[in-house]
Every structure is written in structure tokens, then in C-alpha cells.
Design a protein around this ligand. Structure first.
Ligand code: C2E
Ligand code: MG
Ligand code: MG
Length: 712
């Protein structure tokens, strides 16, 4: 029996086949990128739409066959064929969802899928209830099975190849592939159907009858519906994913900008403290792994305030920018340069062997400071005080390393600007406990834990002790004796220096009164004044009250001031010094040679003595430069009618040398360190018996009021 095909139904089935193919290719991409439950949902939904789609292609193809007799179907067998279609679809989708699909798996997969499609096809055909039974043409059956396997292979291969991407070219390729694959699927069905032979006297057996045309339309609509819903879901899902990615990208960018702002300095665009902390964290991890060291260097621009004050903030900013560029240029890319505060920079130098490597970096930095900075057409030189801490020796956390580098930097700055120091534990016992120490110092003042020791100043020519410098000592209940270099700067920062200095002044005067009353030959007592104390408006009245309290002539008191203290506000200083000098108090410039060394001011101030800083005396025998400096200071002082005191004399050679240079007095361990008052009294008593007496009037002469200096 020969049949003909209803052409619109054939077209409908081919169209469904193409849409099935297109949906399948998209499903492959969707399932492979989904995870967990979503992947399972996609697989289930995809299996349903693909299975129903392929099955309806087959069923519509069967319906399209117009025969002289009306066909009846066995419903259970039809449902089995739908089941086979679903199983095959599920298998195919699960296969293409795998991240890796080897050629062997692809080949085996295609065979299974091909068998599945054929199984569905022939089980579907066998649902036709007819007598005598249908017959099959073997070679066409074979051809349909081979075609099914090839189509499966092509579908799987394309599905895997076209899994990724949303670009138009990929979409277009999918559409083209869908036509090829869809055509192939339809071909499998029509070849399969062609293999079926129906005997001319066949009669339908009882079974379900279908109104072919209407049923085909209903089935077609259903298939399109299922496939359409699947496709729309796929597209919406892809749109959501893309949109989400875009907004993720935007959010990431905003976040990155905020991150950058939080970690960078505005002026120089260098990392700030937070940025440095992060770099240090990773440097610590890296150094721990590689067993190498890294250095954290904290650098403070010396006298930036002076530049800001005199040239303006813009000039200061310009200098900082230029400086940061120069620094960046000498560092390795892996090193971090950060700006911590107004005038404070930091370098994280990684991958070092030892401290010498860090010193080499310091040398490079010193080099780059040699060229002047040009700000607002003015040339100026910058110097940096540098403090260095090393990982792992100096600390295991960024905070500890930074604190210690800062301690070292402050030590370097105090010693002299433009120098560097490596952190040493002695520095820290102080700074780590800065706050604690400050509160303790406050209490120490009340609890009388502070005491004064006295160091003799000796006339070089006569060997007589002219005066005693009062040097403060803190006898800490647990720390032992804390040296003044440690707590005086602390007291200065906190402002405690004012009451502390007043205490020293009164105590020194009282001590002198005790000595005089006990019959000790009078010496002058020298008290150190800190800069802050010197600037106090009440200073002269405090001095007056200290003197009158102990019933002392002002000539018994000498005040030691550093160059920077008197230079700070030269006008005001001149007035204060004038008042003190008029009272009869002696004035010395302490640590002379280490400060600004602007010599012109010496003439304007009513001074008595210059005390040459002990750093010059220390290397006197070794360093010809120091000899020249000391000689120059002595002759300068003498031409201004000032006396000269050498600090820190430790050896007989130094003393002999100073004597030859014409120095007037000396002070140092060679004669005596600072000693408690009783010891000092004993020392004076000993000299008295050895040396000739000198008069009180002799002692009270103020050098600054002498009309002429007569070298002895
Ligand atoms: P300074 O005023 O220059 O005091 C001299 C320092 O040199 C003292 O240290 C003294 O012990 C030390 N010295 C004396 N002879 C020698 C020597 O031959 N070789 C060496 N290497 N050093 C010697 P000290 O007592 O530790 O005082 C250090 C600084 O602390 C003082 O320097 C002074 O600036 C400050 N200071 C001490 N007492 C007071 C005070 O009562 N008030 C204020 N404002 N500052 C004080
Ligand atoms: Mg002094
Ligand atoms: Mg000194």
C-alpha cells in the first residue's frame, strides 16, 4: 500500500526539528555553565522540551502519511516511544554538560543517542495497529540508524563547540547548525518511515484513532510551546547573567575606586598607611616563605615646617611631590613607597639579605637629595631623617615594625638631621612605653623620684672648679636610673618640661644654699633650660623667685640654652636674655656647633659662654676637621668676648690639646662625671686643700659685661 505525505505537516515537523536542534544547542551552553540545583533544573526542563520536541517531530511525520485506510494506534507503545525520546534527550544533554568531552566519549555517546532515536522511531512506528503487521526494508532501516548516529554525533559535537559565548557570530552559528541538525533529525524520521512497507490489503486493528490534521496541529503547538518556553527561559536567564555581570563589574569598579582612595595619599598618589600595612602583610608572608629579610624605613623630611612657613604650603607640597618622584625612581618595582603623614614617608624594601642592603638604599636616597629642589624658582635642599626596622629581627607585625622604625627615626632626628639609624632595643624600651613613662614621670615629680647630680666645670688654666652643671636623674622604682636623653624629650612633648624645669631650677638653687650654709666654697650652679621653658612668659619671675627663695645672688646661677632654643624667635629671645643678663644671671649656649650655627646672632645676645658640643671633642684627636671647627669656635668666641667650655673631655690628650687651642674651661669624665650632691661637696673639699683659694667677686663676674677679654 502506497501513501502520500501531507506537505504542510512535513514542513511542520521539519520546523519543529530545527527548533529542537536550536533549543538543544542553547541548552548545552546553559546547562554546562549552571551549577548545583540550577544545573539539575536545567537538565530536567531541557530533557522535557527536547524529548517532547523530537518525539513530536516523529509523530507528526507519521501523521503526515496519508493512507487509504485510517490508522489506529496502540497508546502504551506510543507512550513508550515518548519515554525513549525523553531518555535519549536526557542522556545527550547530560553528556554535553560535562566540562571535558573526549573523542571516545563523543563517539560512544553518539552511538547510544543514535540507538535511542532509532528506538523511539521504530517503537513509535510499531504503535500502529495493523494486520498483517508492518514490514521493514532492511537497508533503509540500516541507513536510518546510521543517519541517526551521524546526526547525533554532529549534534553533540556542535553543542560542545558552541557551548560558550554570546557573541553574534556564535548565535548565528547556532542558528545555522540548528538548520543542519534539524534537517538531519527530520531526515532520520522520513528515511525510517520509508523503510516501512504496508501490505496492500492491510486492515487497521482496534485502537486509538486520531483526527490526523487536528492532532498534528495540536501536537505541533504543544511542541512549539514547550520549546518556546524553554528558549525564552534560556534567553532571559542569559540576559540576567550578563546584566548581573555588568552590574558586578560596575560595583567592582566603584569598589576598586573606593579602595584606591582609602589606601592612597591624595597629594602624591602614593599608598598611605593602610596601603603600606597591606604591602607589609604580604611582604611578611613572602619573607617568611623565602627566608629573606625586608626593611621598613620611615623617613621624615627635616624642617619641612620651615619651608612651609617661609615659602608657603604650595612650595612645600611641590617639594614633597618632587621628593616622592625621586624616591620612587631609585626604588625597585617590588618596593613600596608610601606617605604616612605630612612630612613622613616610608619605604618597604623587600628581598634583602642583611642590614647592609638597607644601607645601600639609604646611600641611594642620600644621593638623590644632593641635587637641590626647585620650588617657586627657589632652590632648596632637603634632608631626611631615616629610621629602619628589619623583618624578622625587629618585629613580627607591621605595627611593631612601624613603631620601631619610627623610634629609630626619632633617634636619628635627635642626633642630627639628615642621618639614619637602625632600630636597637635600647631605643624601644622607652618608646614602646611612651605613654606609661609619661604618666610615671608626672608621678615621679610628685614622689621625689627625681634627683640632681652635679658635674664640675673646670678652668683649664688653673684647674679650679668654677661651677657645677645640674643634670637631672630619674631613679625609677623598677627601671633603675632612666637617663635624661630618654625622658626630657618626652617631657618636652607633653609639656611636663615646664613644671619639671622649674623643679630643677629651685632644687639646684636650694642645693647651692645648702652647700654654702655647710661652709663649702661657693661655685656657680648651671641649669639646663629646654626651649619650651625658655619661651615661658613667666621665666624671669620663676628665676627670680628661685633665687630669692634660696637667698642667692643671680650671679650664682648660670642657664644653659641650646642654639635652636634661642634662635626660634630671635627678637623675643633677645628680650628675655636681656632681662636675665641685667639681673646678673649667666647665659651659656649649650651643644654649640650642632644647631643652626647662624653666627650673627651671637653678637646680638648678651651671652657669657659657648659650650662646644661633645661630638667635636670626641674625635678631636682623629679628625682634622674637628680641630679646625674647635679652633674656629674658640677664636670666634674670644673675639666676641665669650668664654669657651669644651664638653665631654675624656682623656688627658684631649685636655692638653684644648689647652693649646686656648679653650677656657672643660667638663667631662676625665675630671668627673655628674655625681650626687654629697659626693660633689666632697670633691670640692678635696680640691680646696690642694688648690689656692679664689675670691667670690672673682667668681661672680659676668663675662658678657666685661669690657675686654683677657686670655689667661
Ligand atoms: P648637656 O646639657 O649637654 O649635658 C651634658 C651631658 O654630657 C650629660 O649627659 C653628661 O653626663 C654628659 N657628659 C659629661 N661628660 C662627658 C664625657 O666626658 N663624655 C661623654 N660621652 N658624656 C659626658 P646627661 O646627664 O645624660 O644629660 C644629657 C642631656 O640631657 C643634657 O645634655 C641636657 O641637654 C639634658 N638635661 C639633663 N638634665 C636636664 C635638666 O635638668 N633640664 C633640661 N632641660 N635638660 C636636661
Ligand atoms: Mg647642658
Ligand atoms: Mg651639652
Amino acid at each position: 500500500m502506497q501513501g502520500t505525505y501531507t506537505s504542510w505537516m512535513v514542513c511542520l515537523s521539519v520546523a519543529i526539528a530545527v527548533v529542537v536542534a536550536y533549543t538543544t544547542l542553547n541548552l548545552a551552553s546553559r546547562i554546562s555553565s549552571a551549577k548545583g540545583r540550577a544545573a539539575f533544573a536545567w537538565l530536567a526542563g531541557g530533557t522535557l522540551s527536547m524529548g517532547v520536541g523530537i518525539w513530536s517531530v516523529h509523530f507528526i511525520a507519521v501523521l503526515a502519511l496519508k493512507l487509504p485506510i485510517e490508522l489506529t494506534y496502540d497508546l502504551p507503545t506510543t507512550i513508550v516511544s515518548l519515554g525513549i525520546s525523553l531518555g535519549t534527550s536526557g542522556f545527550a544533554l547530560a553528556l554535553v554538560a560535562r566540562s571535558e568531552l573526549s573523542q571516545a566519549r563523543l563517539a560512544i555517546g553518539s552511538l547510544i543517542m543514535g540507538a535511542g532515536i532509532s528506538g523511539m522511531l521504530y517503537s513509535g512506528v510499531s504503535a500502529i495497529r495493523i494486520s498483517p503487521a508492518l514490514e521493514y526494508e532492511a537497508d533503509l532501516v540500516a541507513a536510518s540508524i546510521v543517519l541517526a548516529a551521524i546526526t547525533s554525533y554532529a549534534t553533540l559535537w556542535l553543542a560542545v563547540r558552541l557551548r560558550r559565548g554570546h557573541s553574534w557570530s556564535v548565535v548565528l552559528t547556532r542558528v545555522l547548525a540548528a538548520f543542519v541538525v534539524g534537517g538531519a533529525i527530520a531526515a532520520v524520521h522520513y528515511v525510517g518511515l520509508a523503510s516501512v512497507a504496508i501490505s496492500p490489503d492491510a486492515r487497521p486493528l482496534p485502537g486509538t484513532t486520531l483526527e490526523n490534521g487536528w492532532f498534528a496541529i495540536a501536537l505541533g503547538l504543544f511542541a512549539f510551546g514547550v520549546l518556546g518556553v524553554t528558549l525564552i527561559t534560556i534567553m532571559y536567564d542569559a540576559y540576567l547573567a550578563r546584566h548581573l555581570r555588568d552590574s558586578d563589574f560596575l560595583r567592582a569598579q566603584v569598589h576598586a575606586n573606593a579602595r584606591h582612595a582609602a589606601r592612597h595619599d591624595v597629594l602624591t598618589n602614593l599608598p598611605n598607611r593602610l596601603g603600606l600595612a597591606e604591602a607589609a602583610e604580604s611582604a611578611m608572608a613572602e619573607a617568611t616563605r623565602s627566608g629573606r629579610a625586608f626593611a621598613l624605613m620611615v623617613m621624615d623630611v627635616d624642617r619641612l615646617k620651615t619651608i612651609n612657613d617661609s615659602l608657603g604650603h604650595e612650595a612645600g607640597d611641590e617639594l614633597l611631590r618632587e621628593l616622592s618622584q625621586r624616591l620612587r625612581a631609585v626604588l625597585r618595582r617590588s618596593d613600596t613607597l608610601a606617605r604616612l603623614a605630612g612630612d613622613e614617608f616610608a619605604i618597604l624594601a623587600c628581598d634583602l639579605d642583611d642590614a647592609q642592603d638597607a644601607e645601600r638604599i639609604v646611600a641611594k636616597i642620600t644621593d638623590l637629595l644632593r641635587d637641590p629642589f626647585v620650588t617657586r624658582k627657589l632652590e632648596c635642599h632637603a634632608s631626611l631623617s631615616i629610621g629602619i626596622s628589619l623583618f624578622p629581627n625587629d618585629g613580627a607585625s607591621f605595627e611593631a615594625l612601624l613603631r620601631r622604625a619610627e623610634v629609630a627615626m626619632r633617634t636619628a632626628k635627635e642626633a642630627s638631621g639628615g642621618s639614619y639609624r637602625f632600630y636597637a632595643p635600647e631605643m624601644s624600651s622607652i618608646a614602646d612605653n611612651r605613654l606609661v613613662l609619661e604618666t610615671e614621670l608626672r608621678r615621679a615629680l610628685e614622689l621625689e623620684q627625681l634627683e640632681l647630680h652635679y658635674q664640675p666645670k673646670v678652668d683649664i688654666s688653673t684647674g679650679r672648679v668654677r661651677s657645677a652643671e645640674a643634670l637631672i636623674r630619674w631613679r625609677h622604682p623598677t627601671r633603675g636610673v632612666v637617663p635624661p636623653n630618654v625622658f626630657i624629650p618626652l617631657a618636652e612633648e607633653s609639656g611636663l618640661i615646664v613644671p619639671l624645669g622649674e623643679w630643677v631650677l629651685r632644687r639646684a638653687c636650694r642645693q647651692l644654699r645648702v652647700w654654702i650654709d655647710s661652709g663649702m666654697r661657693p661655685v656657680r650652679v648651671a641649669v639646663n633650660l629646654s626651649a619650651k621653658q625658655f619661651r615661658q612668659a613667666e621665666l624671669t619671675s620663676v628665676v627670680e623667685s628661685a633665687l630669692s627663695e634660696s637667698r642667692l645672688e643671680p650671679g650664682y646661677l648660670e642657664l644653659e640654652l641650646t642654639e635652636s632654643a634661642v634662635m626660634h624667635d630671635a627678637e623675643q629671645s633677645a628680650k628675655t636674655l636681656q632681662k636675665l643678663s641685667t639681673m646678673g644671671v649667666h647665659i651659656s649656649i649649650d651643644d654649640f656647633g650642632t644647631g643652626y650655627s647662624s653666627l650673627s646672632y651671637l653678637r646680638r645676645f648678651p651671652l657669657d659662654k659657648l659650650k662646644i658640643d661633645r661630638s667635636f671633642i670626641r674625635d678631636l684627636m682623629l679628625n682634622p676637621d674637628d680641630v679646625s671647627i674647635v679652633r674656629a669656635i674658640i677664636s670666634l668666641a674670644h673675639s666676641l668676648r665669650l668664654r669657651v667650655v669644651a664638653e665631654g673631655v675624656e682623656t688627658a690628650e684631649q685636655l692638653e690639646f684644648l689647652k693649646n687651642l686656648g679653650c677656657d674651661q672643660y667638663q667631662g669624665f676625665y675630671y668627673s662625671p655628674a655625681v650626687p650632691p654629697e659626693e660633689f661637696a666632697a670633691l670640692i673639699a678635696r680640691i680646696r686643700s690642694e688648690r689656692p683659694e679664689y675670691t667670690e667677686a672673682d667668681m661672680l663676674k659676668t663675662q658678657s659685661r666685661l669690657s675686654a677679654y683677657t686670655p689667661t
